[in-house]
Design a protein around this ligand. Structure first.
Ligand code: AMP
Length: 442
C-alpha cells in the first residue's frame, strides 16, 4: 500500500511527498482509512510507529473535504499529556497547513494566558493543547466547542494517569453532538480507565491494536547491568560514555534532584549536557528541547518528562540510570531511540532500589532479561530474593474453654511477600524517593 492509495487531497499528498514518505506504517494503513470513513477509533500502537500522521492526515482530509459545522468554533482539537509532545505534533501539523488557509494554534500550560486569548479570538481551525490550560480557556468562554468535528486524544492512558479525567470529561461535554468524530490513541488498550473513557466518549469505535506496548522493539538492543549503589551506577555510566560511540544520549533518572545532580556532574566532567525537569518554566524547557533536538548538546538528563513520543532522530542511546516505577514507562523511555527504522541502544542500571521495577518490567515484556557484565565493574549485588517468612512454632491449640471471651478472632490473612537486600554489600545506599517521577503539565 502507498499513501497515494488513500486518495488524500492533492496538497496533503504533496506535503507527504516532500517529507519523503511513500509507504504508510502499519498504524497509518489501518487508522487512516477507518478514520476517513468517519469511524470513531480506539487505537494502540508502539512508540515511534508514525501515530501522529495516522490522526493528522484524516483530520486534514476531513477539513479539506467537509463544510465546517460552525464558522467560529475550532474544527479539530488534539489533546496531548505534555507540552513537549504537543509541540511536536503542532510542528508536524504546521508542515501540512502551511500551504492551506487553515489556522492552527498551540495552547499550553506555562505560557502567557492573554496571548493565548488573542490567538483564540482569531478563530483557529486546529487547536493542539494540553488539557488543563485548554479547560481554563473553555471555562472562561474564550472559545466554544459546539462546532467541533474531530476530537483527538493522544496518549489517553497517560492523560488519565496524570489526573486529567475531569478536564477530558468537561471537554467531551462541551463538544457533545452527533456529528463529532473521536479518535483515541493509547499506549495500551489494557487500561481500565481508558476503556471506561472509550465507552463514554466514543460511538461504536473501531479497535486497532498494532502490537502492544510490551511488544519487543527489534531495532532497540536492550542491556541490563547490576549496580551496587549510586557510585557504582556513576562508574558504569562513565564506562559507557568513554567506550560507546553515541550520537546523542538521553539519561533517565528517578527524580528532579537526581537529574540536576547528574547533569551537573557530567557537565563538570566536560560532557555536553542539558538537564530537563518539570520545575523549569516553559520557555526554559523549550530552549532545552530545541538545543537538544538541533544537536547542540549530546546528552539530555531528564525524568519521565521526556519519555513519551518525543521524536529525536539522533538519539542513539537511552540510559535508564534509575528504572521507572511503571513498566510501560520503560517501553516509552527506550522508544526515544530506534526511531522510524534506525537502530538504538537501551542500557539500564539495576540497583537494589530498582529491583522490584526490574522484575515488573520483565513480567511486562514477558521475557527473561539477562544481565551483562563489564570487566572490573561487576556488582556484588545479585538481586533481591523474596524473604521467606519464618514459620511460628505452633503453640498449643487453645481449647474452647481457654479462650477468653474478649479475645478478638482474627481472620487468617496471606502474608505479603517481602524483599530483603541480600548480597548488596555493605555500601550505604543513599535514600532517595522511588523511580519514575511523573510530572504533570497544566
Ligand atoms: P510518530 O510515531 O508519529 O512520533 O513518528 C515517528 C517518526 O516516524 C517521525 O519521525 C515521523 O516523521 C516518521 N514517520 C511517520 N510516518 C512515516 C512513514 N510512513 N514512513 C517513514 N517515516 C514515517
Amino acid at each position: 500500500m502507498q499513501f497515494i492509495d488513500f486518495g488524500l487531497d492533492r496538497k496533503i499528498q504533496t506535503t507527504i511527498e516532500h517529507l519523503g514518505f511513500t509507504e504508510p506504517t502499519d498504524i497509518q494503513s489501518q487508522a487512516i482509512p477507518a478514520a476517513m470513513a468517519g469511524h470513531d477509533l480506539i487505537a494502540s500502537s508502539k512508540t515511534g510507529s508514525g501515530k501522529t500522521l495516522a490522526f493528522l492526515l484524516p483530520a486534514l482530509q476531513r477539513l479539506t473535504k467537509n463544510r465546517a459545522l460552525s464558522k467560529r468554533d475550532p474544527r479539530v482539537l488534539i489533546l496531548m499529556p505534555t507540552r513537549e509532545l504537543a509541540k511536536q505534533v503542532f510542528s508536524q501539523l504546521r508542515l501540512f497547513v502551511s500551504n492551506t488557509s487553515f489556522k492552527s494554534v498551540l495552547i499550553l500550560g506555562g505560557e502567557n494566558f492573554n496571548d493565548q486569548v488573542k490567538v483564540l479570538e482569531k478563530e483557529p481551525h486546529f487547536i493542539v493543547a494540553t488539557p488543563g490550560r485548554l479547560t481554563d480557556h473553555l471555562d472562561q468562554g474564550h472559545f466554544y466547542l459546539h462546532g467541533l468535528e474531530l476530537l483527538i486524544l493522544d496518549e489517553a492512558d497517560r492523560m488519565l494517569d496524570l489526573g486529567f479525567a475531569e478536564q477530558l470529561t468537561k471537554i467531551n461535554k462541551a463538544a457533545d453532538h452527533r456529528k463529532r468524530q473521536t479518535l483515541m490513541f493509547s499506549a495500551t488498550l489494557e487500561h481500565a480507565q481508558v476503556n471506561d473513557f472509550a465507552m463514554a466518549l466514543l460511538k461504536s469505535p473501531k479497535r486497532i491494536a498494532i502490537g502492544h506496548a510490551h511488544t519487543e522493539h527489534k531495532d532497540i538492543t536492550k542491556r541490563f547491568y547490576l549496580a551496587d549503589n549510586l557510585t557504582h551506577k556513576e562508574s558504569l555510566l562513565t564506562h559507557f560514555l568513554e567506550n560507546e560511540t553515541y550520537q546523542q544520549m538521553i539519561i533517565f533518572t528517578a527524580t528532579r534532584d537526581d537529574t540536576e545532580r547528574l547533569a551537573q556532574k557530567l557537565a563538570s566532567e566536560g560532557h555536553s549536557t542539558l538537564a530537563l525537569s518539570g520545575e523549569l518554566n516553559q520557555s526554559q524547557r523549550n530552549k532545552i528541547m530545541e538545543s537538544f533536538s538541533k544537536g547542540f548538546h549530546k546528552i539530555l538528563v531528564t525524568t519521565d518528562l521526556a519519555s513519551r513520543g518525543l521524536d529525536l532522530v539522533n538519539v542513539s542511546h537511552v540510559i535508564n540510570f534509575d528504572l521507572p516505577k511503571h513498566s510501560e514507562e520503560f517501553v516509552h523511555r527506550i522508544g526515544r531511540t530506534g526511531r522510524a527504522g534506525s537502530t538504538g541502544d537501551a542500557i539500564a542500571f539495576v540497583g537494589p532500589k530498582d529491583w522490584i521495577s526490574f522484575k515488573n518490567i520483565e513480567g511486562f515484556l514477558q521475557m527473561p532479561l539477562e544481565f551483562s557484565v563489564i570487566d572490573g565493574l561487576k556488582a556484588k549485588f545479585t538481586g533481591l530474593k523474596p524473604k521467606v517468612q519464618k514459620k511460628k512454632v505452633a503453640s498449643k491449640k487453645p481449647t474452647d474453654k481457654s479462650v477468653n471471651k474478649k479475645t478478638k478472632v482474627t481472620k487468617k490473612v496471606k502474608k505479603p511477600i517481602r524483599f530483603s537486600i541480600e548480597d548488596a554489600g555493605t555500601m550505604p545506599i543513599k535514600k532517595r524517593t522511588g523511580g519514575g517521577l511523573t510530572e504533570k503539565d497544566e
